[in-house]
Each structure stands twice: as C-alpha cells, then as structure tokens.
Design a protein around this ligand. Structure first.
Ligand SMILES: Cc1cn([C@H]2C[C@H](O)[C@@H](COP(=O)(O)OP(=O)(O)OP(=O)(O)O)O2)c(=O)[nH]c1=O
Length: 206
C-alpha cells in the first residue's frame, strides 16, 4: 500500500491536489525559508520544495506495510532576478505591487516527491523534482488600488503579495505558462511525478 502526504498548510495546494482525485493527508512542514547567500531563485524554490517533503518524511512513524510518499511545493515571485516574498505588512505589499505594476514577472513553482525506500536501512529515499516557470504580465496599479487590495486580506500570505485565483486576478493581463503553478501546485507536473512513484492519476488504468 502507498500513502500520499502533502507537506503543506496551504489550502490552495490541498484544493488543487484534491481536484486531481488523489487520496492524501496533509502535514505542514515547518522549515526555514530564508534565501542562502548567492542562491538563485530556481535553486531556492527547488531546495525549499525538497526540504518541505524531506522534513515531513523524516518525522513520519515507520509503517510496516505502507510506503510513504511525500509531496512538497514552493512558489516564489521573481522580478529582475530578485525574489519577492510574502509581505510582512501593508508597506511591503505596496512596495511589491508597485514594482510589479505594468511589468512582466516570473512565478516559479517547484514540486518535490520523496518516496520511502522500504528496502533501505539508511533511509536512502528517492527524491524527484520539477520546476515550472510562468510569465505573468500586470496592468498598471495605483497606490489607492493597492491599499484597497491590502484591506481585503488577500495578499498577506501570498508570494509577491497577490493571488491570481482571487481578487488579484484582475491585475493580470496575460499569463504564459501554468495557471495552477502560479496558484501553488502545477497539475500536469504533479501527476507526472506521482505516476513515476506508482501513484497513477484517477484517469489512468495503470
Ligand atoms: C503568486 C501567487 C502565489 N500564491 C501563493 C501560493 C503559495 O501558497 C504561496 C507561496 O508560499 P509558499 O511558501 O510556497 O507556500 P505556503 O507557505 O502557502 O504553504 P506551504 O509552505 O505550507 O506549502 O503564495 C497564490 O495563492 N496565488 C498567486 O497568484
């Protein structure tokens, strides 16, 4: 038997994985999200996705007849090679959204799947990853508009201070890439990785 665990506290990731028809449980991974010196954005999101998945795998109790499979993900917004994180307060939200205003930025989402190696005594678990990059173009924003957006409460827990799936969707003029990746979990790539570790999608006969 296999048990899938989503290493996330994000309601959006939970909803997206549910949308695919997978049975899973969630467990929030508590990791240090600071960027390492000289670490680029792509390396950063991949490292965090792996650390979230491995962090949960390392605290799971061993099950005799069940193989544990943990999925972790991380999303960040990048403008001119700079990572724009979640806003700590209104001023940071305003500063971030003014920078995104009338420009194109990148949203990077990495996913990592760690599958328990039941034959190994040393916990040599396999890790596989995917990185998805999406280009997002914003309309021009005014400070008043951004202040009103902050008051909705939507930006506070979102990378780049906006949610494309919510009220913030009206800022986006075009997107080139994966919508689900911007929200937090790329559906196509998630199925690819899960199928690779023996968890077929609900549409597969495998
Ligand atoms: C750009 C963008 C980000 N986001 C979200 C996705 C992520 O949940 C969040 C980025 O933070 P993450 O650190 O990737 O995830 P999280 O802290 O919400 O959850 P966990 O680490 O437990 O998995 O921003 C949106 O919901 N919509 C958007 O349009």
């Amino acid at each position: 038997m296999k048990q899938l665990i989503l290493a996330s506290q994000s309601p959006r990731r939970k909803a997206l994985l549910t949308q695919l028809g997978y049975q899973f449980i969630t467990q929030a991974a508590d990791i240090n999200e600071s960027v390492k010196p000289n670490e680029n954005a792509k390396d950063y999101v991949v490292r965090l996705a792996i650390e979230k998945a491995q962090g949960i795998m390392s605290v799971l109790p061993e099950q005799k007849h069940t193989q544990m499979i943990v999925l972790g993900a991380d999303t960040c917004v990048v403008l001119d090679d700079e990572i724009l994180g979640k806003p700590a307060n209104e001023a940071e939200c305003i500063a971030t959204l003014l920078r995104l205003s009338n420009k194109e930025h990148q949203v990077l989402t990495a996913i990592a799947v760690v599958a328990e190696d039941q034959n190994s005594q040393e916990h040599n678990n396999d890790v596989i990853t995917k990185l998805v990059e999406t280009q997002v173009q914003f309309k021009s924003l005014t400070v008043d508009e951004i202040k009103a957006y902050w008051r909705t409460g939507e930006p506070c827990d979102k990378a780049g201070s906006y949610g494309i799936q919510g009220i913030g969707g009206q800022f986006v003029t075009t997107i080139n890439g994966s919508y689900s990746a911007v929200v937090g979990l790329p559906l196509y790539e998630t199925v690819q990785l899960l199928e690779h570790v023996g968890l077929p999608s609900s549409l597969s006969n495998a």
